[in-house]
Design a protein around this ligand. Structure first.
Ligand code: PLP
Length: 408
């Protein structure tokens, strides 16, 4: 017998469905020169400091004297210490190395962390949202039934739309939620939360004994000083929040694979008997059973991001993408599109024109401009009527895509 929860999952994963449609279009139109502003993969090569670290680590593995096999289960000290120093201490945040777990990217941990919690917990998600949070909870049997409206019966949706300026409202008092997934800067909308707005969520979690799973995969794109890079900038968050980081977009690690999760010592959940169980040792137990670590090469590569040269080089690439975002915002707004995001995130959230649905406008752009976008509704019901564009393209291709949209 299989795990029936998997049968509840709708069709293909969003990006697989898009890839299928693009493939069919290319087969039917062999001359087409398709430009993707769709999937959130990066295009620029690794920073020289990272490449150098990779070479050096490969040489170490090539010699008996410096060879390394399995690494420590939470990740190497050199990387966890660099993270603590540069991502937290430098921002006045007190996080200890043993609260950091190195992983192979944020997808695994954002998907897996729900395993620590009972099947009965009620999750809340902002809508639209990165699909992994919901799908992994579907697999965990927590979400109830999928309705015609695209909503799961046992999930609390917190719509983020133009009407609330993409700032989610706290759950209604009658809606008891146990876990809230927040992702800022947001994928897909490219919007952010101010320190004050994030403070309301931490306060809510502390008052209602809820957990916040905070996905900070895009924090490196924040340009505005008033936007928090980490939830731990907010007092009390180290008692209620787990935070996920990724080097994928920070430093082009989508193929290298490395990220980390912060599980503060003080974050806990209740047992049936009412005892408080700290999540840090529990996650360590889970990881040491099911995960054998991120490669030494990837961890040395990630360490190089924190050197002065590494920092400067990855900033230059982030600047390159944010320049795309600026051009996209400016051009699309000039064409009369309503555009959100793209100032502190590599994503632009664009209102579809003339009553087009998300998928309708996806088809229109693919067929008329040969440009791929991501239909907003793929990220949740509140994404209907929007498409997501990413700034991760090459300058020339991005400019060409904009020109084609203009002529569409
Ligand atoms: N979290 C968010 C919000 C993302 O958009 C992504 C990737 O697109 C991830 C996590 C996963 O990143 P990775 O597994 O490459 O670290």
């Amino acid at each position: 017998m299989i795990n029936e929860n998997f049968l509840k999952l709708p069709g293909a994963y969003l990006f697989a469905e898009i890839a299928q449609k693009v493939k069919a279009f290319k087969e039917a139109t062999p001359d087409a020169n398709v430009i993707s502003l769709g999937i959130g993969d990066v295009t620029q090569p690794l920073a020289p400091a990272v490449v150098e670290a990779l070479h050096k680590a490969a040489d170490e593995l090539a010699s008996g004297a410096t060879f390394r096999g399995y690494g420590p289960e939470r990740g190497y000290d050199f990387l966890r210490e660099a993270i603590v120093e540069h991502d937290f201490k430098a921002r006045g945040i007190n996080i200890e190395p043993d609260e950091i777990f190195i992983n192979d990217g944020a997808k695994s941990d954002t998907g897996n962390f729900q395993e620590l919690l009972s099947e009965d917990v009620r999750i809340a998600v902002t809508d639209p949202i990165y699909p992994v949070y919901i799908d992994s909870n579907v697999m965990g049997g927590r979400t109830g039934k999928l309705g015609e409206d695209g909503r799961w019966s046992n999930v609390v949706y917190l719509p983020c739309c133009a009407a609330n300026d993409f700032v989610p409202e706290l759950p209604q008092p009658r809606e008891k939620v146990d876990v809230i997934y927040l992702c800022y800067p947001n994928n897909p909308t490219g919007t952010t939360l101010s320190r004050k707005e994030l403070q309301r969520w931490v306060q809510y979690a502390l008052e209602h004994d809820a957990l916040i799973f905070y996905d900070a995969a895009y924090e490196a794109y924040i340009q505005n000083d008033n936007i928090p890079h980490s939830i731990y900038e907010i007092l009390g968050a180290n008692r209620c929040a787990v935070e996920f980081h990724s080097f994928s977009k920070t430093a082009g690690f989508t193929g290298v694979r490395c990220g980390y999760t912060v599980v503060p010592r003080k974050v806990s959940a209740a047992s049936k008997k009412g005892e408080r169980i700290a999540l840090n040792p529990l996650w360590n137990r889970r990881q040491s059973t099911k995960f054998n670590g991120t490669s030494y090469l990837s961890q040395r590569a990630a360490e190089a991001i924190y050197t002065p040269e590494g920092k400067q080089q990855i900033q230059a690439t982030i600047h390159y993408y944010m320049e795309n975002a600026r051009l996209m915002r400016e051009t699309l707004t000039g064409m009369g599109f309503t555009v959100y995001g793209g100032t502190d995130a590599p994503y632009l959230w664009v209102r579809t024109p003339d009553g087009f649905s998300s998928w309708g406008f996806f088809e229109e752009m693919l067929h008329k401009a040969q440009v791929v976008c991501t239909p907003g509704v793929g990220f949740g019901p509140a994404g209907e009527g929007y498409v997501r564009l990413t700034a991760f393209g090459q300058h020339e291709a991005t400019a060409e895509a904009l020109e084609r949209i203009k002529n569409m």
